[in-house]
Design a binder for this molecule. Structure first.
Ligand code: ADP
Ligand code: MG
Length: 683
């Protein structure tokens, strides 16, 4: 194979390398290093530039410094105002890492006992010992530390000597790939080629120089290729020809007139965008994005209505039966009487289900609501024209594409999500879809009054709740999992349930992760029917369900949640006409930083704004929905530090789309970077 200009060398098997036998190969494969390209992103330990880091004994108090240490012991005092502490050391001395407002699971994860880690921050001195408060760059987001970290785990079982031999070989044989970026873009990186950038990346003295052009270029390659793949998927889907849906828009207006509210301008705008897509002769693949309570359901139902009017069937999928049932009830209320509306439940008996299947196949059902059950293989539609999916933020690019394929060419696809994401991430996460955004909340909607309170003042909270119950209002009480990493620890919710039950006998119920989905649905249903007043739960209550009568939410240990998550939680109330309240409980007085965060929540009701702030504070990995969305992790790019590169890539993609540019020159880029192999047939 001609290495010199062929990207295929990089995708070839590890055993093609001298010095890589079966044993080494297996070790690497275990680390998810499957080919030569993967190896490029793992920098060996010996490349870690020790000159950047200091030994404990040489630390300078008051300066920002980086050290490599081994965590020795955790100190998690359960006393208010005392921070968590991790004693760390290197061969020259000891240093305390001190954490305010970080939970134990997190600390244990980033500073595992006995494992070497590199951290940085301002060096302090306290009680005769060096101290690092809230160490920076411990997170995996930091390219500098991440590489060192990876190199650490990588060398398990592989000697440095062998490793160096392998990597030198690769660098020597690195193909000189034809440039894929436009002149304009390349210029921004001082015209450094991919090949040269990789070589720079592997120079010991360049470790951590993520502001340098070589690094920026490589980060940009990652971002751009992700966007490009998304854009290609979108283009491909949009090219699919379908039968245009013809419907009478007057019928839609009749429904709107009969609603007991006015549509917001944004709801109108989104509805118009969807209608245009329904009418067009190419397939729709659109995401309706809008904060909790922005009123996405009515927009989707009106699109469903128009689709039915054009003679097609609609499938409407929600994550839980309760939510599906709510949408079903809403549809029954607003749709014309001659529409045949059906709801399929897991509980429906066999005969019932068979009957539904038959009627779907013979076009005797216009729209069916249900959970993922409505997409089972057995279910065949006579003439499916639109799939609507509510609140499936866990769907990644691959799943969405499969879904779109499943509906067939004539079937439009509309996804809805209440997970607002920062601007820079939109193309990363949703770049394969067209986007309609509802930013405006219904005018009648009152902001949720948001307070923070010390847990020691729980009596005041209880009194407040008593008053609310007298007013016939209902309350959510949310307890976080004690140990996030175990995901199973419901102790705090159970304890709180027992506590509240004594004060409010027969008026409290509990759901948590171990509650069976059947029980859960039943409890939620009873809550809707006001059979009890207080629902204690972990964070498992699904989004989207309308509890018009619940207007208070108490969130315990609120510092364990990210801002976006708190915002989502509080969005469970305030959907009705009443004034609503969110009370966040804290175990101890808030630090200045925590106060700042909480104030963002108190002052803003805009999920988009909050998610931007959240990302800045917690890093993008924690923004709700991002982790779950199935998006691959970037190796070098960082949505916070490289937001300019994200915007540049977006601009470039739009330019390429507009000019209908031939993308075959990007083939090596896509082949190398698109590991999911989503588009496998580029020119
Ligand atoms: P989400 O966007 O979170 O799915 P929903 O569609 O469930 O929000 O709407 C929340 C509540 O607001 C519902 O009770 C819905 O009927 C109501 N609603 C929707 N649009 C409006 C509007 N323009 N004005 C007033 N209430 C509205
Ligand atoms: Mg909803």
């Amino acid at each position: 194979m001609d290495n010199k200009s062929n990207y295929k060398y990089l995708l070839s098997d590890l055993s093609n390398l001298k010095g890589v036998g079966i044993k080494t190969k297996n070790l690497l494969v275990k680390k998810k290093i499957n080919n030569i390209f993967d190896l490029l992103w793992k920098l060996p330990k010996s490349y870690t530039d020790r000159s950047l880091t200091s030994k404990v004994k040489d630390l300078h108090i008051g300066e920002n410094q980086t050290i490599t240490v081994i965590p020795k012991k955790f100190f998690f005092p359960r006393i208010r105002n005392l921070p968590n502490r991790v004693l760390c050391s290197d061969e020259t001395g000891e240093i305390d890492c001190v954490f305010f407002n970080s939970y134990e699971g997190y600390i244990k994860k980033i500073l595992p006992i006995g494992k070497e880690v590199t951290i940085s921050g301002k060096i302090g001195f306290f009680r005769n010992k060096y101290q690092l408060t809230n160490p920076k760059y411990v997170s995996e987001d930091s390219s500098l530390i991440r590489q060192k970290h990876n190199s650490y785990s990588l060398t398990e079982g592989i000697s440095e000597k062998i490793y160096n031999k392998i990597i030198n070989q690769i660098i020597e044989n690195l193909p000189i790939l034809e440039e894929w970026h436009s002149k304009n873009v390349l210029n921004k990186f001082n015209n450094i080629s991919w090949n040269a950038s990789i070589k720079e990346l592997h120079k010991p003295e360049n470790i951590g120089k993520y502001k340098e052009k070589f690094y920026q270029r490589l980060a940009y390659d990652e971002i751009f290729s992700t966007f490009l793949v998304n854009s290609e998927i979108r283009k491909k889907i949009k090219k699919i020809k379908k039968k245009s849906k013809i419907f009478n828009i007057q019928d839609q207006e009749k429904i709107i007139q009969n609603l007991n509210f006015l549509l917001t301008n944004d709801q109108r705008k989104c509805l118009d965008e969807i209608n245009k897509d329904l009418y067009s002769s190419t397939k729709m693949f659109r995401l309706l994005q809008g904060d909790v309570g922005s009123g996405k359901t009515i927009v989707s139902l009106l699109s469903a209505h128009n689709t039915i009017n054009s003679g097609c069937q609609v499938a409407f999928m929600a994550p839980t039966e309760i939510l599906a049932k709510q949408h079903f009830d809403f549809a029954k209320k607003i749709f014309p009487k001659n529409f045949k509306i059906e709801f399929i439940s897991g509980k429906s008996n066999y005969k019932n289900k068979n009957d539904v299947l038959k009627r779907l196949l013979s076009n005797e059902i216009d729209i069916i609501f249900g959970t993922h059950a409505i997409f089972q293989k057995k279910i065949v539609f006579k003439n499916l024209g639109l799939i609507i999916i509510d609140e499936q933020h866990k769907f990644g690019v691959n799943q969405r594409k499969k879904l779109s394929d499943k509906g067939g060419d004539n079937c439009d696809v509309l996804l809805m999500t209440a997970t607002p994401i920062p601007r820079t991430l939109t193309m990363t996460i949703y770049g394969d879809m067209d986007l309609s955004i509802i930013r405006e909340k219904p005018r009648s909607r009152k902001p949720i009054k948001t307070y923070s309170k010390l847990e020691s003042k729980i009596d005041e909270v209880i009194n407040f709740i008593k008053k609310q119950i007298k007013l016939e209002n209902q309350i959510f009480w949310v307890c976080p999992l004690i140990d996030e990493s175990k995901k199973l620890d419901h102790a705090s919710a159970i304890k709180k349930y027992e506590f509240l039950k004594k004060i409010f006998p027969n008026r409290v119920s509990l759901i948590h992760g171990k509650t069976s989905s059947e029980d859960k649905e039943a409890i939620l249903d009873n809550f809707l029917k006001k059979k009890f007043d207080i629902l204690v739960s972990t964070t498992i209550i699904e989004v989207g369900i309308d509890f018009p009568n619940a207007n208070v939410i108490i969130i315990e240990n609120a510092n364990k949640f990210g801002l976006s998550q708190l915002h989502q939680l509080r969005g469970r109330v305030g959907r009705g006409k009443k004034d609503s309240t969110c009370i966040m409980l804290f175990k101890s007085n808030l630090s200045e930083n925590a106060k700042k965060r909480i104030n963002i929540l108190k002052n803003s009701n805009d999920g988009f704004e909050i998610s931007e702030e959240d990302m800045k504070i917690r890093g993008f990995g924690d923004v709700l929905g991002f982790k779950q969305s199935g998006i691959k992790n970037f190796k070098l790019a960082d949505p916070i530090h490289n937001s300019d590169l994200f915007l540049l890539a977006e601009k470039e993609i739009k330019r390429i789309e507009k000019n209908n540019e031939d993308i075959s020159k990007f083939k090596p880029l896509i082949k190398l970077y698109d590991r999911a192999d989503i588009i496998n047939d580029i020119a």
